[in-house]
Design a binder for this molecule. Structure first.
Ligand SMILES: Cc1ncc(COP(=O)(O)O)c(C=O)c1O
Length: 395
C-alpha cells in the first residue's frame, strides 16, 4: 500500500475531520518514527502531545503485554486494583487532598469537571469563566468553554453559562464575576492557543480571587500534565493549589485515558449514579498509566524535562537572534513555541521535507513538544534542521 492508496481509502471511508499530513506512520521508538516506506523522521510533536515518553516506551509496552493476558476490561461496578493504585499515585503526585474520576479523553475529563462545578453551585451558581484563545475539547460543553470562535461555527447554539475573558487579565475576570459564577477554568500554558504562558503574579492573584468569592479554580492540564512542563502538573510551577484538574493526553503513554482530580470538598459531592464512563480506568489502560508514572520517577524525567527544556529554549533563542522572522520563543519545560512573523506553512512544510515533525498552531506558531526522554543529540539535530529551514526560506 502506498500513501495514495491509503488517502483513497480515507476519502471513501473515513469522515473528513482532519487536515492530513501525507504520511503513514507505521513504527515508532522514542523520538523517531518511520513511515510505511521506511523513511525515518524525528518526532518533535509526538502524538499531538500524547506521547510524553516518546513512541513505544518499554515499561508501557511490557505493562500492556502482561496485562492483556490477564484481563483487559472490567465493569466499573467491580473493584479494579490497578485503577485504585493509579488513583492513589495521581493524588500523591498532585499533592492535593483529592479523589479521581477516570474517563477516556480530555474533552470527557472537562465535561466531568463542569458537572462537578455545577454540583458545587447547588443549582444557583453555574457560570464558568474561561479564557480567550483557550482550547478545552470538541464535545458540546467543552466547545462552549473553548475561547476560539473558529471551532464553534456550525454547531450553535452552544451551552449557555460559559463566559470568556482575556488571558492574563485579572481585571477582566473581576468585572465578569457575578452571583451565578461558580468556577474559573484555564490552561496555564495555552497549547492550541499558541503556547501562551500564564504570568506567575496573575495565577497567584487569581487563586486569591477565587477563594474570596468561593469560586472553584479548574486547571485544564490535558496538554500540560504528566511532566510536560518539568513538574508533574503545570500548577506546581506556580505554588498554588487548584480545586479541580483535568488530565488526558500523556497519562497512559498513548492509550486513551482521561481523568478528573477534584479536592475532596468537591469530589465528595458525587454519589453513585451521578456520573460514569464505561471504559474509564480499565485494567489495561491503568496498567499503562502506572508504567508512565513509574518511568518518569525511575528515570528522573521531571528534572530532565526542565533541563532539556532550558537547553532547547536557549538554542531556539539563538535562532531568534539570527533570523528576524522569529518574533518570540516562549513556553515551559518541553512545551515550547516559536512565534513567526510570516511563512508558517512554508516553514512547517520544509521541516517535514527535512524529516522533522513539529506542529503549526494559529497559522504562525511552531509548537515544539518533544518527548521527555528526547536526547540532547536529537535536540541538536532538530535545531540544525530548523536552522537550515530558516536559512533556506530567507534566501
Ligand atoms: C488543553 C486541552 N484540553 C482539552 C483537550 C481535548 O482533549 P481530547 O482531544 O482528548 O478530547 C485538548 C486537546 O488538544 C487540549 O489541548
Amino acid at each position: 500500500m502506498n500513501n495514495e492508496d491509503i488517502a483513497q481509502l480515507y476519502s471513501k471511508y473515513v469522515m473528513n475531520t482532519y487536515t492530513h499530513t501525507p504520511l503513514s506512520l507505521a513504527k515508532g521508538k522514542g523520538s523517531r518514527v518511520w513511515d510505511l516506506q521506511h523513511n525515518e523522521y524525528l518526532d518533535f510533536f509526538p502524538g499531538w502531545g500524547v506521547s510524553v515518553l516518546g513512541h513505544c516506551p518499554s515499561r508501557v509496552v511490557a505493562g500492556i503485554k502482561s496485562q492483556s493476558k490477564k484481563i483487559i476490561h472490567v465493569s466499573n461496578n467491580y473493584y479494579n486494583h490497578l485503577q485504585a493504585k493509579l488513583a492513589q499515585k495521581l493524588v500523591k503526585i498532585s499533592q492535593l487532598d483529592a479523589k479521581v474520576f477516570f474517563c477516556n479523553s480530555g474533552a470527557e475529563a472537562n465535561e466531568g469537571a463542569f458537572k462537578l462545578a455545577r454540583l458545587y453551585g447547588k443549582g444557583s451558581r453555574y457560570k464558568i469563566i474561561t479564557m480567550n484563545n483557550s482550547f478545552h475539547g470538541r464535545t458540546l460543553a467543552a466547545l462552549s468553554a473553548t475561547g476560539q470562535e473558529k471551532y464553534k461555527s456550525g454547531f450553535e447554539p452552544l451551552l449557555e453559562g460559559f463566559i470568556h475573558v482575556a488571558f492574563n487579565n485579572l481585571k477582566d475576570i473581576k468585572d465578569k464575576i457575578d452571583s451565578q459564577t461558580v468556577a474559573v477554568m484555564l490552561e496555564l500554558v495555552q497549547g492550541e492557543g499558541g503556547i501562551n504562558v500564564a504570568e506567575s503574579d496573575y495565577v497567584k492573584k487569581l487563586r486569591s480571587l477565587c477563594d474570596e468569592n468561593n469560586i472553584l479554580l479548574i486547571i485544564d492540564e490535558v496538554q500540560t500534565g504528566i511532566g510536560r512542563t518539568g513538574k508533574w502538573f503545570s500548577y506546581q510551577n506556580y505554588g498554588i493549589e487548584p480545586d479541580i484538574i483535568t488530565l488526558a493526553k500523556g497519562i497512559a503513554g498513548g492509550l486513551p485515558m482521561g481523568a478528573v482530580l477534584a479536592k475532596n470538598s468537591v469530589a465528595d459531592l458525587i454519589k453513585p449514579g451521578m456520573h460514569a464512563s464505561t471504559f474509564g480506568g480499565s485494567p489495561l489502560v491503568s496498567k499503562a498509566a502506572l508504567a508512565v508514572i513509574d518511568t518518569i520517577m525511575k528515570n528522573n524525567l521531571l528534572k530532565q524535562t526542565f533541563e532539556k527544556g532550558e537547553y532547547l529554549k536557549t538554542k531556539l533563542l539563538g535562532l531568534k537572534s539570527n533570523y528576524s522572522i522569529i518574533k518570540e520563543v516562549r513556553g515551559l519545560g518541553l512545551m515550547l513555541g516559536m512565534e513567526l512573523d510570516s511563512k508558517g506553512k512554508e516553514i512547517f512544510q520544509l521541516c517535514l521535507q527535512n524529516r522533522l515533525l513539529v506542529n503549526l498552531t494559529q497559522g504562525n506558531i511552531l509548537r515544539i513538544m518533544p518527548a521527555m526522554n528526547v536526547t540532547y543529540k536529537e535536540i541538536d539535530k532538530a535545531v540544525a534542521v530548523l536552522d537550515r529551514v530558516f536559512r533556506d526560506i530567507l534566501k
